[in-house]
Design a protein around this ligand. Sequence first.
Ligand code: ZN
Length: 399
Amino acid sequence: MYLAHQIRLDPNNVQATYLGRAAGTARFAYNWALAEWKRQFEASKTDPTVPKPNEAALRRQLNAIKREQFPWMLEVTKNAPQMAIMQLGQAFENFFKGLARYPTFRRKGRDDRFALSNDQFRVDGKRIHIPKLGWLRMRECLHYTGRIISASVKRVADRWYVSITVDIPTPLLSPAENQGAVGVDLGVTALATLSTGERFTGPKALGTRLDRMRRLARDLSRKVKGSRSYAKAKRKLSRLHVQIADLRRDSLHQLSTYLTGQFHTIGIEDLNVKGMLRNHCLARAISDMGFRELRRQLEYKAAWRSVQLVVVDRWYPSSKTCSSCGHRLDSLELAVREWCCPGCGALHDRDVNAAINLREVAVSSTASACGGEGAGLAHMCKVKPSPAKQESSCKVNYG
Ligand SMILES: [Zn+2]
């Protein structure tokens, strides 16, 4: 299983200059190759003897001319231009498969990054060695042990980060402790509610930072574009964005680690995030809670500990169904936090009730999978991480 660990770098001024130059070289090579690709493609249309462009040929072509035409490229790692062109090849491949749009030119300030293949760098404790630069300090050690695949260095706001991809043998950890099942209702008011009644709220610090972000955004809009104070305000704002993203990811990691450490079966809802984002009042809160991020984390952590993650179809009415008797309400307003079941009289907390229902679906789908065809509710797939992707979930359809 491939996992990436992102670590903040601590470059001194000279090193930061090198990183900026390497990113600039990568961007230049990418844009050069994209322009060449377009030119060669046009040429191959009019003259069928001209071969269609490909990334390997473009890399050879650049190698042949760079000493003459772009000697400054030699000042940084040869990976910077080479990997950039390989990435362009990948971008075209994705485009041809219909997975991505036609590649566009990289821009300074937005695409400040370069990649390294595993033979071009090495990691030792809290430092990383990059060719023609030497040792560079990292804020943390690499968390994962396994075969190192590649690294990518990028600038976010005015900080540099390295993201190291490692191939990890699975399972990494001992199986979950308490062999129980849990349902998780992802919410807007609370980050998550468990079928056990436990509630996880989002990070409190997020609220005050969001206020500050609003203020900074207003400040920025009053400044003259391109001025020194505009650049300063912009830097402040993008730093805050990074902080908020870090906070959010941290709290989600706590939750996903807790869940996969305690339970052997986890039922979560496949939320229609896109549909909900159309509702403007909820948009901020939902995107902040980072549903997709949580699901991504649960998927790979579940694989580590042989936990069954069951993703329940979003059309399953988990909130409207009574978890005691199965009575189904016709409708339930989003504002209603508690309701009394007309079928059996049970008083339900909206979120806990939904979480219990999700637990039941998860349990019954794993049970039916063990007994062959079973109740026909679910088609379970065994949790087995694929080498390239962090997918380990199962879908239960109520189509
Ligand atoms: Zn009931």
